[in-house]
Design a protein around this ligand. Structure first.
Ligand SMILES: [Zn+2]
Length: 305
C-alpha cells in the first residue's frame, strides 16, 4: 500500500525537465552529498515534481499550517513536492542503492513510456558518476512499485536493473509480495526472484559494518528502516513511514499505511530517536535536498545542507 493510487489520481503531473543543463544533458554538476562518519550518502535525482497535497495523504489546510515547509518540501499549500531519486550509500567499499524511483509505477513503469523513463533515469544515474554494474546491493524498505529496481524489455519481461546486486528486502515483506503476485509490481519482483536476483532476509540485517536494516513495520508489516551509523553520526532512511517530510508534523493516522495507527507510532518513535543525536532523516520520495534534521515540540523537519 502506498501513494500509488494518489499519484495515479494526480495524473496530470509530469516530470519537469529543465530547459538547459541538468540531468537530461548528462550534465549533473552538483549533487547533494551527506557524509555520516565514513559513509557517504548521495541523492541522485531523476526528477522532482509538484503534486496536490492529497498525493501524499495531506490536506491543503495541513500543509498551510507548516510554514517551515514552504520553499523546500512544498512550493505552496497546494503544491507538494515529491522526488523520484536513487539514494546511493557508499560504505566499506560497497555501493548500496536504496528504494530507487518507487511508488509511481503508473507513471514510470507502465506502457511504452516505461522504456523512455528507465533510459532517462539511468542516464541520470550514470551522469552522477555511478555505474549500475558496480552496485553491490539494492535495498527495498518494502515493495511499493517495482520502480527502477528492474528494467523492462521489448517483450515486457523484467530484468534486474543492477545486475550484480541482490535486491534485499525483509522476509515478511517477501511473504506479502508472494501473496499478491497478481499485482504488476509484485509480479515483477517475483519474476526477478525467479532469476535469483532477490534475497529475502530476517530483520535486523547488517549490510556493512555501518549500515543495517531494522524492522519498523506500520507502513507494511515487513517495512524496514535503514540505519547508517558511523563515526558517532547517524542517518535513518525512513522509507514510506513519511512519504513527505510534512507527514512528520501531522498528528493523525494517515491512510497510506497498511496499519495507520502503527505507522504513525513508528514514525514518531523514529523522529524522537533521531532527535536524540541530531541524526539525519531521509525519505525516498522527499524532494531536494531529500534529507532533514528533526526538531521536536513542535515537529519541524529542517532541510539538511
Ligand atoms: Zn509504500
Amino acid at each position: 500500500m502506498g501513494p500509488e493510487t494518489a499519484f495515479r489520481s494526480a495524473g496530470t503531473a509530469k516530470p519537469r525537465h529543465r530547459a538547459a543543463g541538468g540531468w537530461e544533458d548528462g550534465d549533473v554538476t552538483t549533487l547533494p552529498h551527506f557524509d555520516v562518519g565514513t559513509v557517504r550518502l548521495t541523492r541522485v535525482p531523476y526528477f522532482d515534481v509538484t503534486l496536490p497535497p492529497d498525493a501524499v495523504a495531506l490536506t491543503e489546510a495541513e500543509v498551510a499550517a507548516l510554514p517551515w515547509a514552504v520553499g523546500t518540501w512544498c512550493a505552496s499549500p497546494t503544491e507538494v513536492r515529491v522526488g523520484q531519486v536513487f539514494w546511493v550509500v557508499e560504505s566499506d567499499g560497497r555501493t548500496i542503492v536504496v528504494d530507487p524511483c518507487c511508488a509511481s509505477d503508473a507513471f514510470l513503469r507502465t506502457g511504452a513510456e516505461a522504456r523512455t523513463h528507465q533510459d532517462a533515469a539511468f542516464a541520470a544515474f550514470r551522469a552522477a558518476g555511478f555505474d549500475p554494474d558496480a552496485v553491490d546491493t539494492v535495498v527495498m524498505s518494502h515493495l511499493d512499485g517495482i520502480g527502477m529496481n528492474a528494467l523492462v524489455d521489448d517483450d515486457g519481461r523484467w530484468h534486474p536493473a543492477f545486475p550484480n546486486a541482490p535486491i534485499v528486502l525483509s522476509d515478511v515483506e517477501w511473504d506479502k509480495t508472494r501473496g499478491r503476485a497478481d499485482n504488476p509490481d509484485a509480479g515483477a519482483l517475483v519474476a526477478l526472484h525467479a532469476q535469483g536476483a532477490v534475497t529475502p532476509v530476517p530483520l535486523p540485517h547488517r549490510l556493512t559494518a555501518d549500515v543495517e536494516m531494522v524492522a519498523s513495520g506500520g507502513h507494511t508489516p515487513g517495512h524496514a528502516t535503514v540505519v547508517v551509523h558511523s563515526g558517532g553520526a547517524r542517518a535513518l532512511f525512513l522509507g514510506h513511514l513519511a512519504v513527505s517530510p510534512m507527514q512528520a508534523a501531522v498528528a493523525r493516522p494517515v491512510a497510506l499505511h497498511d496499519d495507520p495507527e502503527q505507522g504513525g507510532r513508528a514514525l514518531r518513535t523514529w523522529l524522537e530517536d533521531a532527535a536524540t543525536d541530531d541524526a539525519l532523516v531521509i525519505g525516498p520520495l522527499w524532494p531536494a535536498p531529500g534529507a532533514a534534521h528533526v526538531r521536536l515540540d513542535p515537529v519541524e523537519l529542517v532541510p539538511a545542507d
